[in-house]
Design a protein around this ligand. Structure first.
Ligand SMILES: Cc1cc2nc3c(=O)[nH]c(=O)nc-3n(C[C@H](O)[C@H](O)[C@H](O)COP(=O)(O)OP(=O)(O)OC[C@H]3O[C@@H](n4cnc5c(N)ncnc54)[C@H](O)[C@@H]3O)c2cc1C
Length: 397
């Protein structure tokens, strides 16, 4: 449960609390997490108490109700620690809770949202399959109506928190006659139901302590009332606001990671001496640090700008006037720029570390591997580039 005192804090006080939690518990806990191969349960409990599972849900559903701008400012702080911590709650606070918030029935919201905000219902978003990666409309998992149930068969891969989830949002083809996204529905599946199983990979190249799961569904009976939305075949469309929400969070995560990586590199460059002087005093190293700082601050400003625009489009009060549209292209640009930027910053940092970037347990090489994954999920960089080019071709006269 979120501790009652947390709910009384102003945003500034809450931000200070999360900053202090990051510095005094999350960053010092990284070695323990890496050794255990998972986020230690005591830290998951602290995240729950501090409300991190509830930052995106309104107070009527037990959450803290922060705006997107506030969520981004918080993300800049807690992702100065390993982004694996953030992954532990990201699927619950992001895509999964947002699709229920936007399109769930009253009963679905009652059943799940306040449990999610209080960390008692870890939820995974299960879309990707062997044949449906970037091409999300190609899912082959089926959910075929049989009386008042769907019968679910198929498998999913790379599912964050799949092994820890209580609830799964599964994308399945409810009408196999219809090809592409329009045949696909989003369905709520209890992870403990008969026929559901999760397995973990043996090797992760990045995010090692937050392994993604393969899920398998064999004749799983799901009540028809667990369909999200009023019509079959709308699953991907219903997820749209949540997808923009999640991309903004991933962009902010890249900024948080790059901030920490650059601080680690600067600290090393100031203390390590070669040729009788600190590395930080070589012009070539200053250039690496300076480029990284400029790109990091550009990314930070871009994400904040997107977050404010997201709030203007979706925040309170927008139901009365004609609200602006969610700036999907700018959000995609922010996701693309910030994740690529974090990898460049990490690569330069690794260069500054020299052999320490390859041998030993310095956090930078681990974070270098972690940020590499950000360029693949929530839309691979090349898919965003393609979509942005298409947007330009449509909008520029
Ligand atoms: C750590 C991690 C966590 C994840 N968590 C989840 C999760 O919780 N839920 C979930 O459903 N999925 C999750 N995923 C899956 C993720 O969304 C997919 O990996 C991603 O969509 C890419 O799909 P793919 O891996 O099949 O790569 P592919 O689709 O095979 O693409 C491989 C590469 O081909 C290129 N490419 C593909 N299509 C195009 C195109 N149209 N134009 C130009 N280039 C293209 C890109 O360079 C791309 O990187 C996760 C993945 C990772 C790595």
């Amino acid at each position: 449960m979120i501790s009652p005192g947390i709910k009384k804090l102003s945003f500034e006080q809450y931000l200070d609390t999360i900053r202090a939690f990051t510095d005094s518990e999350l960053i010092p806990g990284e070695k323990e997490m890496v050794t255990a191969g998972a986020v230690p349960e005591r830290l998951v409990d602290r995240m729950i108490e501090l409300g991190l599972f509830g930052i995106t849900l309104p107070s009527e559903w037990g959450g803290l109700g922060w705006s997107m701008e506030q969520q981004v400012l918080l993300t800049f702080e807690f992702t100065r620690a390993s982004c694996v911590y953030r992954s532990r709650f990201s699927t619950t606070i992001g895509l999964s809770s947002q699709i229920i918030l936007d399109h769930g029935t009253d009963l679905q919201r009652e059943l799940y949202l306040s449990k999610m905000a209080n960390g008692r219902c870890v939820t995974s978003f299960a879309l990707t399959e062997e044949h449906a990666g970037s091409d999300a409309g190609s899912v082959r998992t089926t959910a075929i109506k049989d009386g008042n149930d769907y019968v679910l068969n198929g498998s999913k891969r790379y599912i964050t928190n799949g092994a820890w989830a209580d609830l799964l949002i599964v994308f399945a083809r409810t009408n196999p006659e219809i090809q592409g996204g329009r045949g696909t529905s989003a369905i709520l599946v209890d992870a403990k139901w008969p026929g559901v199983s999760a397995t973990l990979p043996t090797i992760m190249n990045g995010h090692e302590a937050g392994p993604v799961a393969e899920l398998s569904f064999t004749d799983v009976r799901v009540p028809a009332a667990n369909l999200i939305g009023t019509h079959e075949g709308t699953g991907l469309r219903l997820a749209l606001r949540g997808i923009n929400h999640a991309r903004t969070h991933v962009a902010a995560t890249a900024v948080g990671q790059a901030t920490r990586i650059l601080h680690e590199a600067t600290r090393h460059a100031r203390t390590r001496e070669q040729f009788g002087q600190p590395l930080a005093d070589f012009g070539a190293v200053e250039s690496l640090l300076g480029q990284s700082y400029a790109e990091l601050e550009a990314g930070r400003a871009l994400v904040l700008d997107c977050a404010r625009a997201f709030d203007a489009a979706t925040g309170p009060g927008n139901d009365t006037a004609a609200p602006p549209a969610i700036p999907a292209a700018r959000i995609a640009a922010a996701k693309l720029f910030c994740t690529e930027m974090a990898s460049r910053v990490a690569d330069r940092a690794l260069q500054i570390l020299g052999g320490e970037g390859i041998v030993g347990d310095h956090p930078v090489p681990r974070m270098w591997r972690d940020v590499r994954t950000l360029r693949i999920y929530e839309g691979a960089s090349q898919v965003h580039e393609r979509n942005l080019a298409r947007h330009l071709k449509k909008t520029v006269l």
